[in-house]
Ligand binder design. Structure first.
Ligand code: SF4
Length: 438
């Protein structure tokens, strides 16, 4: 008997549209279907803080909207800013932004929730959050080494939506929808296909689940997309339940940006569902300290109170967050919200990303500027995801200076040199030889 049946749960997925597909590559589809408004009984659970800047913004641009609507994540999804004209109603678009948005076709469309737009500068096109969400002409410039699928995910697609690269864990792409679309997205090639419908394709999920049932070496499943939290509660509950019913899967993770860009998604009902499927961890995508609002304090508190270990992921980007003076308050602000800074990623070389990418040295400089200078927990792992499917490679500043006989010479965070007795070791010997030769 499956665990689901033992729990008395219906073993069928909550059905909506099912569109069978023949090809193995997942066709990630976009939400366009209007979801129903919240039932009155749910409305009490929608109460959420609204920070003063956001309140002023929505009174200006959505004057007839009630606080209950504003705090309903489904309203935020439906009201997303999706077109050039909607952008121009709110933002003073630069000529470059206006042209770039006009030119855009295909996946990774404009998509910004009203809440997230309220955090952006409406006049200054150089403001960091705005730069990461409103396209510019730089996006159409392809430079050497860029690719639509730089991480070779399509190559490692073992079943629809399942990227099986590492021995004991998989990435499960569950949906093509996000509540906001980041201009630097690694999956720019597949997310937000316009004209799609809310179609998670049960058939694809079933094929993915069949693969996982067979592959008992998989003990860790990372649900990503798109953003898995754009799925409705019933679908998410069903999917997590199916995964949890596989005894070899010890551990589930959700990769999401919704607690940051649509914090209203973290409803009490969602939290109750997530709690049923422990051990469940969450990796939350943060970019900049200006995201650390009262709303995000609430969304992360609800998740942490539900016993969900929270980690952050941040993409390092030129002129956005490539400065210790920006990264430190972000990392410290995350710790205050019980989110452990986890990964700082070098921006992947997707097509048209040169304007976001900075040097690897810059990432190391930021880690060096954090390590020792603030709480150890506030220092994320810096990693490059190797193009072509090599996986994540961790990089760290080098604190080994050389060797003097049995002593290893180490540099501390202030640049002081210290000896550590290390008899029998050879670490650092090469550096000493090199230094002597110079
Ligand atoms: S939320 Fe994640 S998957 Fe969606 S566009 Fe941003 S980076 Fe890509």
């Amino acid at each position: 008997m499956s665990l689901q049946i033992a729990r008395g749960r219906e073993a069928k997925p909550p059905l909506r549209t099912i569109r069978p597909r023949q090809d193995a590559r997942p066709q990630l589809k976009e939400v366009t279907e209007a979801t129903p408004a919240a039932a009155p009984a749910e409305k009490a659970a929608l109460r959420f803080p609204v920070n003063p800047k956001t309140r002023a913004f929505y009174k200006t641009f959505w004057p007839g909207t009630s606080a209950v609507e504003w705090n309903d994540w489904r309203w935020q999804m439906r009201a997303r800013i999706r077109t050039r004209d909607e952008l121009a109603r709110i933002f003073s678009l630069s000529a470059d932004e206006f042209d770039a948005v006009t030119r855009h076709q295909g996946s990774l469309p404009v998509g910004i929730t009203p809440y997230y737009a309220s955090l952006m500068d409406l006049k200054d096109a150089r403001e960091p959050l705005r730069r990461t969400h409103i396209m510019t002409g730089d996006e159409y410039v392809t430079t050497a080494g860029e690719d639509d699928d730089p991480l070779g995910e399509d190559h490692d697609m073992a079943a629809p939506g399942i990227v099986h690269r590492y021995p004991d864990r998989v990435l499960f792409l569950t949906t093509g929808t996000c509540s906001t679309y980041c201009r630097y997205c690694t999956r720019a090639r597949v997310v937000g296909n316009p004209g799609g419908e809310y179609n998670f394709s049960t058939r694809q999920w079933e094929q993915a689940l069949a693969y996982l049932e067979k592959h008992t070496e998989v003990r860790d499943v990372l649900l990503s997309g798109g953003d898995p939290l754009t799925l409705g509660d019933d679908k998410l509950d069903w999917l997590l339940g199916r995964l949890r019913a596989m005894k070899h899967i010890e551990f589930l993770r959700i990769g999401t940006k919704m607690p940051v860009v649509t914090p209203q998604r973290i409803t009490k009902n969602l939290v109750a569902i997530l709690k049923k499927h422990h051990p469940l961890w969450m990796s939350i995508h943060f970019t900049h300290p200006s995201e650390l609002t009262d709303e995000v304090t609430e969304s992360t508190a609800r998740l942490a109170d539900a016993g969900i270990p929270l980690g952050s992921q941040t993409v390092l980007m030129k002129g956005i967050n490539d400065d210790v003076a920006i990264m430190k308050p972000l990392m410290q602000g995350l710790l205050k919200r019980r989110v452990r800074p986890y990964y700082l990623y070098q921006c992947d070389p997707i097509r048209g990303s040169a304007h976001f990418r900075t040097t690897v040295e810059k990432g190391l400089e930021i880690v060096e500027g954090l390590r020792g200078h603030t709480t150890g927990y506030a220092t994320p792992i810096f990693a490059v995801d190797a193009p072509g499917g090599g996986g994540k490679i961790q990089l760290a500043p080098d604190f080994i200076v050389g060797r003097d006989g049995n002593d290893l010479l180490l540099k501390n965070f202030e640049g002081g040199i210290y000896r550590y007795p290390d008899p029998g070791g050879t670490l650092g010997a090469n550096k000493s030889k090199l230094a002597a030769a110079e």
